[in-house]
Design a protein around this ligand. Structure first.
Ligand SMILES: Cc1cc2nc3c(=O)[nH]c(=O)nc-3n(C[C@H](O)[C@H](O)[C@H](O)COP(=O)(O)OP(=O)(O)OC[C@H]3O[C@@H](n4cnc5c(N)ncnc54)[C@H](O)[C@@H]3O)c2cc1C
Length: 353
């Protein structure tokens, strides 16, 4: 079987890349092992334009927000589904310095920080909070499970996806093409999340595996029109009174499995902040494919023209994946340049070693 591109992995990166390449009439084949704990299966799907204790605007937020809104709506229309919705964040600063940071940004005219559109009296019925509340807007929520499942089904129907483990030992990098079992392709593109850090072609890249855990809890009567954020803990609405509550950011971990420590700590926090009853239904965990300087790895390998990558999305896969999948597509087809901050060739020296 002969294809233009063989893609490894169908998380949010492999989904968007195969979508754009097919839109350009390229032939693609995707190999994905359906790992239930891949980052895209655990992610809450939030796109938040501000970050951190200093409440700064996230990288490229002004360009990314309108872009992702259009792109998720556009793929949604193809399947008559809604993959993205606007859900603003009601932020509860948990310490005076955080409150000051919010107020400072608001005074400076940061276009994403507003007074909360929910009344404090209403919020007091459900939450215990020490300071004022703010609203971050617009924020978007992507239904990552819906988009990846729907796209997988689409690829399967086209015989363009197989569910199996990719074994790099069987990959042959030949003159001008690659061969993997009975598949030949012009290029192979690694969209396999944190597993790319184990690849002999990409292991020199400065991946920083970042474990994230979340709880799924049943919380009745909470207004699901918003996301609620207490420090690093976000309460994000799902269907049927369920809420995704997370996440941790763990750089030193021995096991990628959910930990008792997170369960106990987060349950204790919920008991403190929630005035309403809740019931933990699930506890999930995954490893984010993060990069040392928090910028993704995009482009063709500096030694092998037949090998490329779309990876290193860290905690921002929902916004960065569509943008950089489109950029990589233009690079592969029209040789358009990739943003230098994301171009994997900034690591050409280490990749050539
Ligand atoms: C707890 C948590 C919360 C998060 N919340 C958000 C959020 O709110 N917003 C946001 O933007 N991002 C969030 N993220 C980050 C987001 O999940 C990642 O940035 C994104 O999912 C990375 O996508 P990916 O496609 O690169 O990798 P992955 O999602 O890991 O996908 C890789 C795919 O490759 C497959 N694969 C891997 N190895 C092989 C192999 N050898 N053979 C075949 N297939 C293989 C896997 O099965 C998987 O399907 C969160 C992450 C975590 C852990």
């Amino acid at each position: 079987m002969k294809y233009d591109y063989l893609i490894i992995g169908q998380g949010i990166c492999g989904t968007w890349l195969s979508y754009y390449l097919l839109n350009e009439n390229k032939s693609v084949f995707v190999i994905d092992d359906a790992d239930k704990s891949a980052a895209s299966k655990i992610a809450s799907g939030l796109i938040n334009p501000v970050t951190g204790r200093r409440v700064v605007t996230t990288w490229m937020a002004d360009e990314l927000l309108p872009f992702v809104w259009n792109e998720y709506n556009s793929i949604g229309k193809k399947f008559d589904q809604q993959f993205i919705q606007q859900k603003n964040i009601i932020a509860f600063p948990s310490a005076p310095d955080l409150l000051q940071a919010f107020e400072k940004r608001k005074q400076q005219g940061n276009s994403y920080i507003y007074e909360a559109s929910l009344k404090k009296e209403t919020l007091y019925k459900f939450f215990d909070f020490p300071f004022d509340v703010m609203e971050i807007a617009p924020c978007y929520l992507v239904d990552v499970n819906a988009i990846t499942k729907t796209w997988r089904q689409y690829l399967e129907n086209k015989n363009a996806l197989v569910t199996e483990n990719f074994n790099e030992e069987e990959l042959l990098v030949l003159d001008g093409y690659i061969q993997y079992k009975n598949i030949t392709a012009e290029k192979i593109i690694y969209c396999n999340g944190i597993n790319a850090s184990l690849s002999k072609y990409w292991k020199q890249l400065p991946f920083v595996p970042n474990k994230g855990q979340a709880l799924i809890a049943d919380i009745k009567d909470l207004n699901a029109g918003y996301i609620y954020k207490f420090g690093h803990l976000s309460l994000i609405p799902r269907q049927n009174n369920l809420w995704w509550i997370g996440a941790s950011n763990e750089l030193n971990f021995i096991s990628a499995e959910p930990s008792d420590e997170f369960l106990k700590g987060t349950t204790a926090t919920l008991e403190k902040i929630l005035k309403t009853d809740f019931k933990i239904e699930d506890h999930v965990s995954s490893v984010r494919p993060a990069a040392i300087e928090r910028r993704p790895f995009i482009g063709i390998h500096s030694l092998y023209n037949q090998i490329a990558i779309l990876n290193g999305m860290g905690s921002k896969g929902c916004s960065l994946a569509p943008w950089f999948a489109k950029e990589l597509t233009s690079n592969l087809i029209n040789k358009k340049t990739i943003n230098v901050l994301a171009d994997v060739n900034r690591y050409a020296n280490v990749l050539r070693r």
